[in-house]
Design a protein around this ligand. Sequence first.
Ligand code: ZN
Length: 179
Amino acid sequence: MKPSFSKSNLLSSAVLVLNANYSPMTVCTAKRAITLHFLDKIDVLSNYDDKINSPSIALELPSVIKIRTYIKNNNLSVEISRKNILARDGYKCQYCGKQSNALTVDHVVPKFKNGLDTWENLVAACKNCNQSKGDKTPEEARMPLLNKPKRPNRIHYFQRLVKKKQADWRPYLFMEPLN
Ligand SMILES: [Zn+2]
C-alpha cells in the first residue's frame, strides 16, 4: 500500500513560526518544527490534518508553532534581491504588464542619475521595456509604471503562502479575526 504523500514531502510542509508574542516571524519546514518541539522550544498551536506514520509513532504534522522565548528585534523587512523584487511584482513587467520568466530588474530612476538600489526604485521589467526605457526615467520615456513600487513586509509574503491547507494561518496573519 502506498501513501498518497511520501513522508519526506510531508516533512517539508510549510510551518508558520510565531514569536512568543504571536507576531509572525518566519516559515520553516515541518521537519524543523518537529525537532524544535522535541527540544521543548516551541508550542504547537495548530496541526495539519495529515499525520506522519512511522513504525513506532504517529506524529501530528504542525502547521502553526510559537516559540517559547521571545526574540527581540524581529525585523519584518524583506531582504532586497532580484528574486524578491520579481516576486513582489508578481513576475509581471511593471511597464507593459506582461508576465514572463525572463524578467529583468529595472532602476526606475537610472543608476547614472543617482537612482538607488531600493525597493522604491527597483521594478520587474521585460527585456523589451527595459531596452526601450534605456537610461531614461519613466516620465522621459513616457512609460508610466503600472504600480507604485513599495517596500514589502514579510506579512504580505506569508499571506501569499496561504493556500487551502493553511487556513489555520489566517488569523495570525491578520487575514481574519481570531475566534
Ligand atoms: Zn514590458
